[in-house]
Design a protein around this ligand. Structure first.
Ligand code: HEC
Length: 129
């Protein structure tokens, strides 16, 4: 009984992991991602080069950027210490549950439930440079 519960939990975790990894495959169509960005992220983040003064860091050129490294933005210590490169996969993982991925982050966002929407917005951000 306990063993089968453990096994099914393991199955669930592997499934989640496979879903997150599939975020690496970005197609050419970023329309859905632009919509998700507009409704979920644009209140705090700009993607236009040079825009400052928003609550969150500018995400122009975020693909390949080291976490917590945009000059002039006051990041949490947690984000500066995270030491990862933002790619479609890591962005999709972060926005699943920001506080779980970067404990102590200043990003006041609960997470995006839809795996398709997470992938769409992560792929959209990859194209913003
Ligand atoms: C209510 C405001 C808010 C919303 C909504 C929000 N963010 Fe953020 N975001 C922030 C803040 C503040 C930070 C800086 C976090 C820190 O320093 O710990 C941040 C950081 C980030 C970073 C790290 C950037 C870097 O330079 O290291 C990424 C990537 C990101 N957000 C993506 C998103 C995406 C994608 C969405 C929409 C699904 C989103 N955020 C929604 C406020 C927000």
């Amino acid at each position: 009984m306990v063993t089968s519960l453990r096994l099914s939990l393991f199955g669930l975790l592997s499934f989640t992991l496979v879903q997150a990894v599939s975020a690496a495959e970005c197609g050419p169509d970023t329309r859905r991602g632009a919509e998700v960005f507009a409704t979920e992220c644009s209140v705090c983040h700009a993607v236009t080069k040079g825009t400052t003064g928003m609550m969150g860091p500018n995400l122009n050129g975020v693909d390949g950027r080291k976490s917590g490294s945009l000059a002039g933005f006051s990041y949490s210590q947690a984000m500066r210490d995270k030491d990862i490169s933002w790619q479609a996969e890591t962005i999709a993982q972060f926005i699943t549950a920001p506080q779980a991925y970067v404990p102590g982050t200043y990003m006041p966002y609960m997470g995006l439930a839809s795996a398709d929407d997470r992938q769409a917005v992560a792929c959209y951000l990859k194209e913003q440079h």
